[in-house]
Design a protein around this ligand. Sequence first.
Ligand SMILES: [Zn+2]
Ligand SMILES: [Zn+2]
Length: 154
Amino acid sequence: MNSSSQTRLTGGCQCGAVRYELAQPPVRACVCHCRMCQKASGQPFMAFATVKQHDLNWTRGMPGVFRSSNLAQRGFCKDCGTPLTFKFEGEEIAVTAGSLDDPMAAPPTVQYGVESAIAWCATLGDLPRVRTEDDFGPELVARFANYQHPDSET
Ligand SMILES: [Zn+2]
Ligand SMILES: [Zn+2]
């Protein structure tokens, strides 16, 4: 992989108030099914890409922080609520995979917190698959306006 700045991963929250850049590629990626990740995201599980803390640079705004235990803190956008980071003890910090501008850049290699895993997560691949434009239909597609910050620096 190139080490030039062209390959640096970037990301941020849904509204664009908080943006970040990773100076190095993630050292690992995972999903976590634990009950705290379920609550923190409002979702069945969270996906993370981990970097050394000094390789995470905030390029716009700063996240709010919720200390979810004596061992961990979670960063989020104070304006739109997007979960952005998970910081455990040690020198590493994880960004949420979905907040990356290219979420496919960090495929998970392990699942944590499996004692709390929701059983239907294992069978999602069996469900019918529908593209958004097919779900919306042409009339809704025509008048849809996206207020989400684009997946790039602006
Ligand atoms: Zn935001
Ligand atoms: Zn977790």
